[in-house]
Design a protein around this ligand. Structure first.
Ligand SMILES: C[S@@+](CC[C@H](N)C(=O)[O-])C[C@H]1O[C@@H](n2cnc3c(N)ncnc32)[C@H](O)[C@@H]1O
Length: 304
């Protein structure tokens, strides 16, 4: 069952495409959402990165969730990206209504809307929404609410409000789960430079990457019970085998995605950024490198 109908896309005066109040604009040569703090691109290259990252995380974390959710009949994925996680959960729980919400329409939903082959599970639907404007659902609508890798989208001051929204739409007895990351550790000089540029740009939007490790505390502060945080330190680089190689590729692609903003805001020239990005790739490929990326899987249950 689809929960909501499709929403209208409208042309704006400058030729960009508006979806409600979130307009796509080009910064540093790539399309990005406006009206939200999030600065990563929304183009096909980024969608491919998100899918690749999903497969890497599902493999590294040994599944798509950790909370003891039983057999949920309603699942919400906040900031669903390509919708890959939500669609897999819809296949895994065919009796559940699974909803993905995002400011950007996932490519699979766009194709389905365009009349091409509809590969979407019948119990999955996409709903446009901006977490900062409140989730477009009634209190207690979902058995399981999931949010993964919104760390670059949520300013430090707004984390409690966002967690409050996740809890509000979870039914009493239901579960909230977050998967977040924070700053890469044991970086070489080139990767350290990329991190410095990235944290500067994100800081201008009020984002602090260190918030990723504190989501479990916020779930507890929001009144959830049985809160649990599982830290997972993943290797990033050739030394880390399959996961290490995948995470290194993900990191370089993600850094490239933010690179256009770094350059357009004057932190580096394009040549300088490209040179440092190439050097970071060489660092991660070195057998001596020992970069680690922390991930935090945090979950808790809404009191009955
Ligand atoms: C790094 S991606 C993660 C996607 C997905 N959760 C995953 O793990 O594959 C972050 C997603 O958050 C979405 N996003 C950013 N700001 C948002 C907001 N204010 N409300 C809803 N979604 C937002 C972006 O459009 C993007 O799809």
């Amino acid at each position: 069952m689809r929960w909501f109908g499709w929403f209208r896309r409208k042309k704006t005066g400058d030729g960009s495409v508006a979806m409600d109040d979130a307009t796509v604009q080009v910064i540093g040569g790539r399309k990005r959402s406006v009206g939200v703090p999030y600065l990563m691109p929304t183009d096909l290259e980024e969608m491919n990165r998100l899918d690749f990252q999903h497969y890497m995380l599902r493999y590294a974390l040994r599944g798509n969730y950790a909370a003891p959710i039983g057999n949920p009949t309603s699942i919400l994925d906040v900031g669903t990206g390509t919708g890959r996680w939500a669609r897999e959960m819809a296949a895994l729980f065919p009796q559940a209504n699974v909803v993905g919400v995002d400011v950007h329409v996932p490519p699979a939903d766009t194709q389905a809307q365009g009349g091409k082959e509809d590969a979407l599970p019948p119990n999955y639907s996409f709903v446009p929404g901006n977490i900062f404007e409140g989730l477009p659902f009634a209190d207690g609508s979902f058995d399981f609410v999931h949010m993964r890798l919104l760390i670059m989208a949520i300013p430090h001051e707004q984390w409690p409000q966002v967690i409050g929204e996740l809890v509000r739409v979870t039914r009493p007895g239901g579960w909230v789960e977050s998967v977040e990351t924070t700053i890469l550790q044991q970086a070489g000089p080139a990767m350290a430079q990329i991190i410095q540029w990235s944290t500067t740009v994100l800081g201008w939007r009020g984002v602090n990457l260190l918030d990723g490790e504190k989501v479990g505390d916020l779930l507890r502060a929001a009144g959830l019970t049985q809160t649990t945080t599982i830290p997972v330190m993943l290797p990033c680089g050739e030394y880390g085998g399959r996961v290490g190689k995948m995470l290194a590729a993900d990191y370089i692609s993600g850094a490239k995605g933010l690179g256009g903003v770094v350059v357009s805001r004057g932190l580096a020239t394009n040549e300088e950024f490209e040179r440092v990005l190439a050097a970071a790739g060489t660092e991660l490929a070195s057998p001596q490198a020992r970069c680690v990326v922390p991930f935090y899987v945090a979950f808790g249950q809404r009191r009955v």
